[in-house]
Design a binder for this molecule. Structure first.
Ligand code: SF4
Ligand code: SF4
Length: 368
């Protein structure tokens, strides 16, 4: 019996006091130790994010970029200024960049400047304009439903077909399916197409911008339906979908990520001493940044934040509270393994260690 099995009810009767685990006892399980040794090699990653341009070739309902102040910053098209910024970022310890915006593929030359200076990172794109293969970042291609839904919500025709044409067989690409209140039942047909095309995918949750009233945000019922859909699709397409049961739990809870785990990004974290509170910056297109607004999805409503990019830092940063028990630590390892596979070129996803729904520390699993 492994340490994980012991805490899943097979070793302890519910009325028995719970064992106080030492971390070394948890690591005595060879599978847990192997995964821990694998993921801890990436603890050197220090991220910041960069809006590359305020331009986009489409306009989506619920885009957080076109909310708040950042959308009004002027573009800086000067490659030398970007090179200087990246050199300064490297000098202050940044090892991983997330290039976003609006649409980074419209300024691919600036993305290349970033890649030349800091070679680990990811680009968030709508996938309609291919990004040259010499820019070796992970490419996250956003999918918001089937083509009919994308036409209605994002105003673009034949989106999935065009995205697949651009990124089929591209080792950089991960298709990111964002579940909204409306597109839960379309995820199956989209995953079937992506699996048939040999693409990889992961899941995101629509997280409303501040003041949003556009109808794509989730209700408790759609959160639960989304979780069940995620679990069933993971089961059906294990080679295609980079995700875990704990990802599904964390991102479909009625509580957002901040309420579940405490968000460490500067916007919600006044500490300037350690971790993201100290190192993270979110640069606007004019290369300025504002500590009070800095997080990976600025102008998102924190109470509704279940964004996959946010979770990659919010959940990952909470190692110690997960390391109190084998089941929560194993769930956390699956989460980190997923995060690294989705975000870091060259990192291969392992088989999940835990396929059961484990409650976040200090919380119940949300059910209706
Ligand atoms: S593609 Fe991305 S940046 Fe462009 S409008 Fe849609 S969500 Fe916003
Ligand atoms: S929107 Fe999400 S990631 Fe940003 S500060 Fe709020 S909880 Fe953190």
């Amino acid at each position: 019996m492994t340490a994980v099995e012991k805490t899943m009810g097979r070793a302890f009767a519910p009325d028995q006091p719970e064992k106080a685990w030492k971390f070394s006892d948890i690591l005595a399980d060879p599978a847990i130790r192997q995964r821990w040794e694998k993921v801890r090699r990436y603890f050197f990653l220090r991220e910041s994010t960069y809006d590359m341009t305020r331009r986009c070739n489409i306009r989506c309902n619920g885009c957080y970029y076109y909310e708040g102040e950042k959308q009004h910053a002027r573009d800086n098209p000067d490659a030398a200024a970007w090179r200087e910024l990246m050199q300064a970022e490297k000098a202050r310890g940044i090892t991983f960049v997330v290039l976003a915006g609006a649409e980074p593929s419209l300024v691919a030359d600036l993305c290349r400047v970033c890649f030349d200076q800091i070679p680990l990172g990811a680009i968030a794109t709508n996938g309609l304009k291919p990004i040259a293969s010499d820019i070796g970042y992970r490419i996250h291609v956003s999918v918001w439903g089937n083509d009919e839904t994308s036409r209605r919500v994002r105003g673009a025709d034949g989106m999935l077909r065009r995205q697949i044409e651009n990124y089929r067989s591209d080792p950089r690409a991960v298709f990111v399916y964002t579940f909204t209140r409306e597109n839960i039942d379309e995820a199956g047909e989209v995953m079937e197409i992506l699996a048939a095309e040999g693409c990889r995918a992961t899941f995101n949750m629509f997280s409303a911008p501040v003041g949003y009233a556009g109808g794509l945000d989730h209700t408790p019922r759609t959160l639960l339906r989304t979780r069940k859909t995620m679990m069933s699709l993971m089961d059906r397409y294990p080679e295609t979908i980079l995700f875990s049961a704990y990802n599904a739990v964390a991102h479909t809870h009625t509580l957002g990520l901040h309420d579940l785990y405490g968000c460490p990004y500067p916007r919600m974290n006044p500490s300037t001493d350690v971790g993201l509170g100290r190192s993270f910056r979110q640069y606007r297109t004019d290369l300025t940044w504002d500590r009070g607004a800095a997080c990976c999805v600025p102008d998102t409503d924190c109470a509704d934040c279940r964004h996959y990019a946010a979770g990659s830092a919010v959940v990952t940063a909470r190692m110690f509270r997960h390391a109190a028990r084998p089941d929560t630590f194993t769930a956390w390892l699956d989460y980190v393994d997923t995060y690294l596979a989705v975000w870091v070129m060259g990192y291969g996803k392992e088989k999940n260690l835990c396929n059961e729904l484990i409650a976040p520390p200090g919380h119940e699993i949300f059910e209706i």
